[in-house]
Design a protein around this ligand. Structure first.
Ligand SMILES: [Zn+2]
Length: 374
């Protein structure tokens, strides 16, 4: 989960409208997307949350219209509290089926997402047995594929605010109830409360079971990224914006081709990828350094974004056009945890879609006397 910090006094509002440009809009909508950083709990539409709350007799403090008003998230605690509300109303098999199906169709295939590794957080659904979560999610995943062609797998998220022992217990459950759809584990919630070194044992267990390993590092120092690579055995990193603060680590990650799953809109709101100024400066630095970046939308409705919009903001802020934007998809196909046959078919499908997508004209030269468009 992305973790917005407190709003700074005098700082402009966090919502950043981008200019309307029909050619850019057509381009970003048509491009195929491969999604490696999208949380199921963060991908539930406000209307669905309200309906599930009513079904279970829960009365949320906010209605559908302002449930996800991210300008009102005062701090990380506020964000996580909303997240907890959402997680607490997804309870039975039917609920998990519904949220999974909706996130993969309206929140995925409708944006030309062709493949997603969903970040699923069992600790976010207290009291719900892991096998029940899996039953609903897998049913939703299969129905979404049957109706739209989207492929999806699951990455099981450890809540890093809990103990290392609880993380081991979760991985033991994942191994005990092993299914093909579960391809790896992740680590999320507030990094400041859960340094990665706490989870070495859980990650080693996952590694021995042949599971892929990733973890969030958004607010932490570059040293956390070293821990992910060297002690947790991660083959990719979620966010990882602080890698560029450390030239030696950056050079290493370039040489090793470590993928970084970045989320422009949510991280800009949380002030991790560009100081909340809409410049997405760290993502540009990472791309320019030669790091292997993928783009996704994290908790899309919670941050007023979607898979298309995250590419749109990069097109406007960084001037990226078809080939630069498509490179995020090629990186994600290389980084995903499908086998080589699966990757090859995904690549062929995406290549055909990119070839059928006309490029948008390059952005006009910027006038240094003007402010950066927002
Ligand atoms: Zn996240």
């Amino acid at each position: 989960m992305t973790a917005p910090t407190g709003r700074l006094p005098g700082h402009p509002p966090r919502s950043r409208p981008v200019p309307t440009d029909p050619a850019v809009d057509a381009l970003v909508a048509a491009l195929p997307k491969v999604s490696l950083h999208c949380h199921l709990i963060g991908a539930v539409s406000p209307q669905t949350v309200v309906e599930l709350a009513a079904k279970h007799g829960v009365r949320p403090e906010r209605g559908a219209a302002d449930l996800y008003d991210h300008d009102s998230y005062e701090d990380l605690g506020e964000f996580l509290r909303v997240l907890d509300v959402v997680g607490s109303v997804i309870r039975d098999v039917e609920d998990f089926h519904r949220v999974t199906y909706e996130s993969l169709t309206a929140g995925g295939a409708d944006h030309n997402v062709v493949y997603r590794e969903i970040q699923l957080s069992p600790p976010g659904h207290p009291g719900v047995p892991y096998p029940r979560i899996l039953e609903g999610v897998v049913a939703g995943l299969r129905d979404a594929r049957a109706d739209t062609g989207i492929e999806a797998r699951l990455v099981i998220g450890i809540n890093r605010e809990r103990s290392g022992a609880e993380a081991v217990e979760l991985v033991e459950q994942v191994v005990e109830h092993r299914i093909d759809e579960v391809v790896g584990i992740g680590l999320d919630y507030a990094e400041v409360n859960g340094p990665p070194g706490r989870f070495v044992e859980a990650y080693q267990l996952a590694g021995r079971a042949g599971l892929g390993r990733t973890a969030h590092s958004e607010s932490g120092p570059p040293g956390h990224i070293r821990t992910l690579l060297d002690e947790l055995g991660c083959s990719r990193v979620d966010h990882g914006y602080h890698v560029v603060d450390d030239p030696e680590l950056t050079a290493r990650c370039v040489a090793e081709g470590v993928p970084f799953n970045c989320t422009p809109v949510s991280s800009d709101i949380g002030r991790y990828s560009g100081s909340g100024d809409g410049t997405h400066a760290r993502i540009r630095q990472m791309v320019d350094a030669g790091l292997r970046v993928t783009i996704d939308s994290d908790d899309p409705p919670m941050f007023g974004t979607d898979p298309t919009h995250d590419l749109r903001v990069l097109a406007h802020a960084l001037g990226y056009r078809r080939d630069e934007l498509a490179s995020f998809t090629w990186n994600a196909i290389d980084a995903c945890w499908l086998d080589e046959t699966g990757k090859a078919s995904l690549r062929a499908r995406a290549e055909a879609m990119v070839a059928a997508t006309p490029d948008a004209p390059p952005p006009p030269p910027s006038d240094p006397t003007e402010e950066t468009p927002r």
